[in-house]
Design a protein around this ligand. Structure first.
Ligand SMILES: NC(=O)c1ccc[n+]([C@@H]2O[C@H](COP(=O)([O-])OP(=O)(O)OC[C@H]3O[C@@H](n4cnc5c(N)ncnc54)[C@H](OP(=O)(O)O)[C@@H]3O)[C@@H](O)[C@H]2O)c1
Length: 276
């Protein structure tokens, strides 16, 4: 945590709070974090819980920052970036954006090409410390900057780099939107078991623990998901009977269509947000 330097958060909402929480848990002193947010009560909470410093405004927040984390809503980012650009052009801190759908090219245009920018896409489980974040930076952003950005995002879960920015749309369609897909599947399982007579609380508990157990098992294993599935499916057994129904209904094709739709929508939003 020591080589992260001094951090400025522009926006002190939910994602900023999750990151600050994770960084504090990993030993980053609150005194190294400055936060700017229009809401005084939001700032007071972060000061109380983590001992961060509250800035009078965005300019004051970035004054001594080594890293500036942009944690405002995507639609607020352009105005925030253009207002900070003259100052950051002088100090050239690393800029880390967590804003969904804002393309790197737009950030580079707003801040100027000489400010190093890493674009990241975290997901909602980051609020619980078990997120999954995709990161992208063009080749000009050096290893030390990349390592810093990754260390910050690793405070709220797993991190992966993608080589091409277009892959951020697929990251958005997979880990960004993914929690909802799993909720839908769990919802359907819970309802199916309840409809067959299990009390709702029992159906819910077994659904959640099964999802958690399967994810944990897969995470602990070096085997492919296919092998794991085959290992838990006996020929002629109950699991095989259910999987046959899912296969016959075209589950894989449905999932592929769904992910493609999210991927396309992410690209459309990026084009919308990224216009000058
Ligand atoms: N939430 C998620 O699951 C998730 C997942 C992936 C990525 N992200 C990204 O994370 C970013 C933050 O999302 P969030 O969920 O944390 O939103 P949020 O809770 O609304 O936080 C944004 C904060 O920025 C403040 N703000 C507004 N204008 C500002 C300005 N000019 N200068 C400084 N601060 C300003 C807002 O204050 P007011 O409320 O007073 O306007 C709010 O406290 C977004 O870009 C989003 O795309 C979020």
């Amino acid at each position: 945590m020591n080589d992260i330097g001094r951090l400025a958060f522009i926006g002190g909402g939910n994602m900023a709070a999750a990151l600050i929480n994770g960084l504090a848990a990993r030993g980053l002193p609150g005194a190294r974090i400055v936060v700017a947010d229009p809401s005084r009560s939001q700032l007071d909470l972060l000061v109380r819980d983590h001992g961060v410093m509250a800035a009078a405004d965005n300019e004051a927040a970035v004054a001594d920052a080594d890293v500036v984390v942009l944690a405002v809503k995507p639609q607020q980012l352009r105005a925030v970036a253009l207002a900070l650009a003259p100052r950051l052009a002088l100090s050239k801190p690393l800029v880390v954006s967590v804003a969904a759908g804002i393309p790197h090219a737009a950030l580079a245009r707003w801040f100027g090409a000489h400010v190093p920018v890493v674009r990241t896409m975290p997901n909602r489980p980051a609020f619980n410390g078990c997120g999954a974040t995709g990161l992208y930076a063009p080749p000009g952003v050096g290893a030390a900057h990349r390592a810093r950005a990754q260390a910050i995002m690793a405070a709220v879960g797993a991190t992966v780099w993608v080589e091409h920015e277009s892959q951020m749309d697929t990251v958005t369609a997979l880990s960004g939107s993914g929690p909802a897909y799993f909720f839908l599947f769990m919802e359907a399982l819970e309802a199916a078991a309840h409809a067959r007579g299990l009390p709702l609380e029992i159906a819910r508990k077994l659904t959640l623990e099964t999802a958690f157990g399967a994810a944990q098992m897969a995470r602990d294993s070096v085997e492919s998901l296919r092998t794991l599935r085959e290992q838990v499916t006996s020929k002629g057994g109950t699991t095989a009977a259910a999987l046959e129904v899912l296969d016959a209904a075209g589950l894989r094709a449905i999932v592929a269509h769904a992910v493609a739709a999210a991927d396309r929508r992410s690209a459309e939003l990026a084009a919308e947000y990224g216009t000058p």
